[in-house]
Ligand binder design. Sequence first.
Ligand SMILES: Nc1ncnc2c1ncn2[C@@H]1O[C@H](COP(=O)(O)OP(=O)(O)OP(=O)(O)O)[C@@H](O)[C@H]1O
Ligand SMILES: [Mn+2]
Length: 418
Amino acid sequence: MRHLTQTQTLLLVLMAYVLVTIVLHLSWTEKSGMAKPVTHSHRANGSSQKPCHDTGELLKKCVQEYKTITNSSFVGRAAPHSFVSVRKWLATQQIHKTGQKLADGLNFLSTAAVTRVGLGQGGSQFKFTIWLDGDLKAVFKPKWYDIDHVISGKVYDGKDRHYGEIAAFWLALLLGFQWYPLVIGRIFNWKNEFLPVADQALLNTMIKKDGRQCIVGKCLYCTKDDAFCIADDGNIEGSVILYLPTNNKLEKLRHPWARTYKEGVFARWEVDPDHCKTVKTALSEWRLLDLIDVAIFDYLIQNGDRHRYEVISNLPHPPVVVLDNGKSFGNPDVNFEDILAPLYQCCMIHKGMLDTLEAFTSPNCSLGKFLHQAMIASPIGPFLTPSHLYAVDKRLQHILEKVQQCVKKYGASEVIFQ
Ligand SMILES: Nc1ncnc2c1ncn2[C@@H]1O[C@H](COP(=O)(O)OP(=O)(O)OP(=O)(O)O)[C@@H](O)[C@H]1O
Ligand SMILES: [Mn+2]
């Protein structure tokens, strides 16, 4: 065989490298519909074939079904019988409880027609109220930022992140929360889908800015300067947050770790390391543990805006609902430690939550990996950047370290509650 010159060998190696890179890139893009992350590897750990935590398995199943449905030909014209049964389930059953019909429910929300659009109800942030086929009411939080936009400044700075609501939904599912609304990302067209069914009250708040149609809306921070402007193609992307069934009575309560939202004015919990002792005199142990679950969830998504919380007051042991997760995923490189204050000031955690968190430490079953899977099925594409996915897994590690410190200090029996 003829010997190759040094240059020829080098050229061959280079060509082989380029070829392998292209093939790898193509297979990644095809699978994920997104660019390969630089910072984080989502490749499964080949050595371990152990099934992941139950909720992870459920998510996988749900995503599979959801993907099959959203990719299939009946998108936008679901068969009438399935339409009726899903709508009935969404309206009357415990939609917040995960179950077999989750994928159908998500598909329904992704495809159902809009029958009415009105002003958002209450709160400080601009939003729409929408009604879908079957009179299902939902909050529609429109997109203000791209997923790679970085919010700097205070923990509660910036407007709501529509993609944060979607990511929080999947995370709530993964963590096994029982009570949260179904959320999907969707793009509506103002002219074709909203305008024909818009309430006069909403239309009355419309203004023109630089030749564009904008909506002022009605909320605490809704002003002409901050009006929501519709893109030239009329498309409005956002998150659809299904209302909880009306038979659930929501009670709003002040969060014992709420911030003051005033520069230089500190809340008691920010200056008193024994704050938890005071909280314990006012709250039952189970409610406190529920709020610690929520604090863990909020730390993972970096939501530092839980100024109040809502419970379903007509149920025994009224459960906390993780509503309003819009102020999340603002900066993948920043972790506001004090979101975890309920955990490290009380040094208490539900055993179930601890077990769940630990189950997601295996690289095979990481939260980032599952969220990535959920994004594959998302009709509006990725809702988190690779750096956000990476950050979630890092934060999980940090939470477990905090629990370890508590256990070291007080002993497992004082910290871990059944
Ligand atoms: N899915 C839902 N089901 C039932 N009620 C809901 C749902 N989503 C929102 N709400 C109600 O609407 C209120 C306002 O929604 P949201 O908290 O998302 O708005 P916001 O502008 O971010 O409020 P804030 O300024 O208080 O943070 C909630 O407090 C809740 O009572
Ligand atoms: Mn809010």
